[in-house]
Design a protein around this ligand. Structure first.
Ligand code: GDP
Ligand code: MG
Length: 597
């Protein structure tokens, strides 16, 4: 295809502002899909999958559009994941296209993910076309939102296209703007192949499918290619494009976006951002800035029933095949036995994997407290990365600790600002900025990641009744006074409940945790002390008193079925508990005890 007739773009938006609906309309208006085959949210087979965690991936569609100038253009839309955990993938896929439609709900305005995503687009040097969506709604206020886009984002929004992705109004104008305002790609045909690996996922029929953007040269069926990051060679079996269903073709040239298959067995063998070139006489320079996505949040996953350890290993192995950003190694815990220490891109990623293991593989799990990676500087000058509080070395050898920090951006209606500031302050945040855009405030905080990984989202949502939006990026490491807090139940340390805390907060956290555990652990026939300690020093303590009577005694003696039911319920409850010394601790205690109210 002639480069001048290609436009590559993505759509950036806050969740629910209408990205998928707009994509559907663009596909429909151009006749890419016959009306009778049109179902709502075509590209969203992915969204559903995303909820189930199967692919948290970009998706793409190639559209032919006959513009008002009489020429036919090829429009390639790459959809990007919207969640902060996958920021790295968003920023990579942005580099595969030249422009973005910035979709803002004109009845709502700019939100935190609008900002985060538009910044990715700006970093990728995109031409940006603002689109005000949902103009059919009575609450739509295009002037106000256009002004807000100019104030907060700093791009000209006077000519923003007014659209209703629902009714189809403004869709033609959007297509014309894509052709007229977005630049055509550049690239050299007679140069060695240089293609960006934009995304990859597993397909049960075709094996691993690799989405590529050709920068220079030609990718042809049957050729041998080299993946530059790991220097592996592959034979290209198929080449194709998405319309949005797969259509096989013979080759892809500069500026084009499509896919290849090459009998690759595992997604793990492909890396987003990698450069693909010819086997021989390939491009001398790879695309810059490639780095594999790094896990930032770690936790232990243990089977509730220790007999299921091998099943868990099997489940984790399978999941890892299709998810290169998920890492794991075997872990042994004195309290929980055999399990795995797993690394994730963020909390959502953690939840997705944990859910899949429980639902698809039917293994009940104990999840230990999520932890970030601490840098421990030893007195001998060496540094180690601590992924698990249980591995904290002897303090006499430790010089100091550093923890990862983030820059968090929160947009919130005025009314809730006070609560948000308090929450951030409570989480050791340092306020960096506070500005207003209409009746919404934008606050920027420097926060320790470990204060955010646990229940920050939940808390933020609850204090703002769901009206706040939030986004963050990692900024670096900083020294602080951090200590390991251990928990002892019936005088036995429960390693899976160890956490790293700030020294100044340790007493408060310790007390809260002991109180929670006291409620979560059922009474036993004997008294159980529950303690939090730093080193050998106990900083908080609760005592769970002994059970006085048979629990069934409170059921009226005569009702046998009721009694039976209660006993059965207890039996079931027991299955979800683990024995620590003489004490049974229920599964949910490991997570609930760490939540802070
Ligand atoms: P996404 O999360 O950005 O992909 O948003 P969706 O496309 O899934 O849209 C979110 C919700 O807004 C859905 O219920 C859509 O039907 C609705 N929606 C999208 N565009 C419009 C529009 O122009 N007008 C109205 N009234 N609703 C819309
Ligand atoms: Mg969507």
């Amino acid at each position: 295809t002639d480069l001048n007739k290609i436009r590559n773009f993505s759509i950036v938006a806050h969740i629910d502002h209408g990205k998928s609906t707009l994509a559907d309309r663009l596909i429909q208006e151009t006749g890419t899909v016959e009306d009778r085959d049109m179902k709502a949210q075509l590209l969203d087979s992915m969204d559903i999958e995303r909820e189930r965690g199967i692919t948290i991936k970009a998706n793409t569609v190639r559209i032919d559009y006959e513009a008002d100038d009489g020429e036919t253009y090829v429009l390639n839309l790459i959809d990007t994941p919207g969640h902060v955990d996958f920021a790295y993938e968003v920023s990579r896929s942005m580099r595969a296209v030249e422009g973005s439609l910035l979709v803002v709900d004109s009845s709502q305005g700019v939100e935190a993910q609008t900002l985060a995503n538009v910044y990715h687009a700006m970093e990728a040097d995109h031409e940006i076309v603002p689109v005000l969506n949902k103009i059919d709604l009575p609450a739509s206020d295009c002037d106000r939102v256009a002004e807000q886009i100019e104030d907060v984002i700093g791009i000209d929004a006077t000519g923003a296209i007014q659209v209703s992705a629902k009714t189809g109004q403004g869709i033609h104008e959007t297509l014309e703007a894509i052709v007229k305002e977005l630049p055509a790609p550049t690239g050299t045909l007679d140069a060695p192949l240089k293609a960006m690996l934009v995304d990859s996922w597993y397909d049960s029929y075709l094996g691993v499918i690799v989405l590529v953007r050709i920068m220079d040269g030609t990718l042809k069926k049957g050729m041998k290619v080299r993946f530059m990051s790991n220097n592996t060679l592959h034979h290209v079996d198929r080449i194709g494009v998405f319309r949005p269903e797969m259509q096989m073709i013979e080759s892809l040239g500069p500026g084009e976006i499509g896919f290849l298959t090459a009998s690759i067995k595992q997604v793990r063998d492909t890396r987003v951002g990698d450069t693909i070139t010819n086997e021989r006489n390939g491009t001398p320079v790879a695309l810059d800035g490639f780095k594999p996505a790094q896990p930032v949040v770690f936790c232990g996953l243990f089977p509730v029933d220790s007999a299921e350890f091998e099943d868990l290993r099997d489940a984790i192995d399978k999941l890892a095949l299709n998810d290169a950003s998920f890492s794991f190694e075997m872990e042994t815990s004195a309290a929980l036995g055999f399990g795995f220490r797993c690394g994730f891109l963020g909390l959502l990623h953690l939840e997705v994997i944990r859910d899949r293991i429980e639902r698809e593989y039917n293994i009940e799990l104990i999840t230990t407290a999520p932890s970030v990676i601490y840098h421990i500087y030893m007195r001998d000058g060496s540094m180690l990365e601590l992924h698990n509080p249980a591995d904290m070395p002897d303090l006499t050898h430790v010089d100091h600790l550093e923890e990862p920090r983030i820059k968090a951006t929160i947009l919130v209606p005025d009314d809730y600002l006070g609560d948000v500031l308090k929450l951030c302050q409570d989480r050791r945040g340092i306020q960096e900025d506070l500005t207003y855009a209409g009746s919404r405030a934008m606050v920027v905080y420097d926060l320790p990641l470990n204060e955010v990984v646990f229940d920050f989202y939940d808390r933020l949502k609850s204090v703002t009744k769901g009206y706040a939006s939030f986004d963050y990026q990692m900024t670096g490491y900083r020294q602080d006074n951090l200590v390991k807090m251990s928990v002892l139940v019936n005088d036995e340390p429960v390693d899976a409940l160890s956490t790293m805390v700030h020294r100044d907060r340790a007493e408060e956290r310790g007390r809260a945790m002991c109180e929670k555990l006291k409620d979560l652990i059922p009474r036993h026939m004997f008294k159980i002390p529950i303690q939090a300690a730093i080193g050998g020093k106990v900083i908080a303590r609760e005592t769970l008193s002994a059970m006085r009577k048979d629990v069934t005694a409170k059921c009226y003696g005569g009702d046998a079925t009721r009694k039976k039911k209660l006993l059965e319920k207890q039996k079931k409850g027991k299955k979800k508990m683990r024995q620590f010394g003489q004490v049974n601790i229920p599964q949910e205690a490991f997570i609930s005890a760490l939540k802070m109210d």
